[in-house]
Each structure stands twice: as structure tokens, then as C-alpha cells.
Design a protein around this ligand. Structure first.
Ligand code: KIV
Ligand code: NA
Length: 274
């Protein structure tokens, strides 16, 4: 195989040791993720996390290719997956193939992810039959925020049947895995039990075949954004804030740089070579 972990390997991990996934958008973060995870997702969340966008809708193909290349460079063993941005695949299976093949060819990633269930089944089948492994994404699909009216839980009560239908449709169309976002835990357990492909949960409870989080969220890079499903494994935002405050204070006090951070005009004489 081209890479140590391919989409089919992820697919075959159904029911086994949970599949560990995180997002990554840059080479250094991809290297950190690669050391411990099975999948590094170049999520279109990059628009909100790194580019200050109010939603994922403004993310472009060019952004996904740029960040995708950076992440592929940092992945030795984890499998990179690239999100298809809004507007790059919904129009037709042909449009989806044109853009998915660009994402794969121009980044080197072996798979793409796209949002949608039953209504994207034809597109997923079109892509997989033409050499594009697809990770599906159902439940809360952030690219539909303007239709859904917010980032609410999807699949409670009467909505549960639709999530199951979507899950079965993406499996039947050939997706190698499916992300369940903000789906109630009982429903995500039933979906996981029903499908033969792995489910990757985010805000979907413990009984999925794998988990994913936005890496900047779990590292605590933000102070304001704290959704219920994100556990903070670090508080890097606070650490960075303290470091930048110290730097600013030392520069203003002329306490930085010290001689050890500067270059002398005359080099000290070297000792005799041994
Ligand atoms: O864009 C993203 O980061 C995602 C994951 C959270 C699943 O789609
Ligand atoms: Na996404």
C-alpha cells in the first residue's frame, strides 16, 4: 500500500480497538497527532479555528489544498483525510469527483470526507467506484447551519429514524466510515450496532467505533468556545496568554533580550583543537 494505514484498514477496525482521530491543519500539529492517532482529519473547521470565519461556509478548495498538503507532510503513519468544502460537491456527482480528485491529487491524501446522508448516497457511490474513498458525516452537519438554524443535537425522538436511514444509506453507497456529530448516545449506539462500517463519534457518546475532536478545542486554545462534548486535555490558550504577557512586559521593561540572546561584535577566541 501507498501508506501504512489506508481507508480499507480503518473500515476493517469495526468493533475493535477504538479508532483515534483528531483534526490537524498544519505540519507541526500533524506530527503531534501522527504520533498517537489513526486518522488526521483536515477539517473545514479550519475556517473557524485558524481563519476567524463565522462558519465553515467560506472555506475554499484552495484552503483545503494548502492545509491538506501541510498535514500530509506531517503524517508518517496516521491516515490523512481531507474535508470537501461547502459548494465543492453538492451540485452533482461529477462536480464532487472533479473536486475530490483534485484534493487527493494535489495533497496526496488517500480519502475525503463530505457531509450528508441519503441525499449524498448517489455521490458517494459515484466517488467510491472511481477511486475516491469517502468518509461520510451525518447527524449535525455544520455546512447546513443556515438550514438547521444552529448547532443543535440531531436525532432526538422523531428525528432518530432519519439519522438511521442516513447511516444505512452512506454504508450502502460505499463509505468506508461515517462521522456521527452531536447525535444522542443511545441512537449512536444503535447506529454503531447496525452498521458494518465504523462510526466515528463527536458529541455522540462512548459507544462509537472511534472518536474525533477538533485538536485546538481539546488543547484549550480558546477561552470562549466550550461545547459540552469537548473535554479539555490542556489549557494551551491560557499558557500562551501568560507567555505573551511576560514577553510584552519584558520588552517594555528592556529586560529582553539579554546578552545570551544577542550576537557579540567580536567572537571570543576559540580554544586549541584537541
Ligand atoms: O471540520 C471538522 O473538524 C470536522 C470534524 C469535527 C468531524 O468535520
Ligand atoms: Na468538517
Amino acid at each position: 500500500p501507498v501508506r501504512p494505514v489506508m481507508p480499507v484498514d480503518i473500515m476493517h477496525r469495526k468493533g475493535g480497538t477504538p479508532i483515534v482521530c483528531l483534526t490537524a491543519y498544519t505540519t507541526p500539529m500533524a506530527r503531534l497527532v501522527d504520533a498517537h492517532c489513526d486518522v488526521a482529519l483536515v477539517g473545514d473547521s479550519v475556517g473557524m479555528v485558524l481563519h476567524g470565519m463565522p462558519s465553515t461556509l467560506g472555506v475554499t478548495m484552495d484552503m483545503m489544498i494548502l492545509h491538506g498538503r501541510a498535514v500530509v507532510k506531517g503524517c508518517q503513519k496516521a491516515m490523512p483525510v481531507i474535508d470537501m468544502p461547502w459548494g465543492s460537491y453538492e451540485e452533482s456527482p461529477q462536480q464532487a469527483f472533479r473536486n475530490a480528485s483534485r484534493l487527493m491529487a494535489e495533497t496526496g491524501a488517500p480519502a475525503v470526507k463530505l457531509e450528508g446522508g441519503k441525499h449524498m448516497a448517489e455521490t458517494i457511490a459515484f466517488l467510491t467506484r472511481r477511486g475516491v474513498p469517502v468518509m461520510a458525516h451525518i447527524g449535525l452537519t455544520p455546512q447546513s447551519v443556515n438550514v438547521l438554524g444552529g448547532y443543535k443535537v440531531v436525532g432526538r425522538e422523531a428525528e432518530a429514524g432519519k439519522v438511521m436511514v442516513d447511516a444505512e444509506a452512506v454504508e450502502a453507497s460505499g463509505a468506508f466510515a461515517v462521522v456521527l456529530e452531536k447525535v444522542p448516545e443511545g441512537l449512536s449506539a444503535r447506529v454503531t450496532q447496525r452498521l458494518r462500517i465504523p462510526t466515528i463519534g463527536i458529541g455522540a457518546g462512548l459507544r462509537c467505533d472511534g472518536q474525533i475532536l477538533v485538536v485546538d478545542d481539546m488543547l484549550g486554545m480558546f477561552t470562549e468556545f466550550r461545547p459540552k462534548f469537548v473535554k479539555r486535555y490542556a489549557d494551551l490558550g491560557r499558557t500562551a496568554d501568560e507567555a505573551i504577557a511576560n514577553y510584552a512586559a519584558e520588552v517594555r521593561a528592556r529586560a529582553f533580550p539579554q546578552p545570551e540572546h544577542a550576537f557579540p561584535d567580536v567572537l571570543p577566541p576559540k580554544g586549541p583543537k584537541s
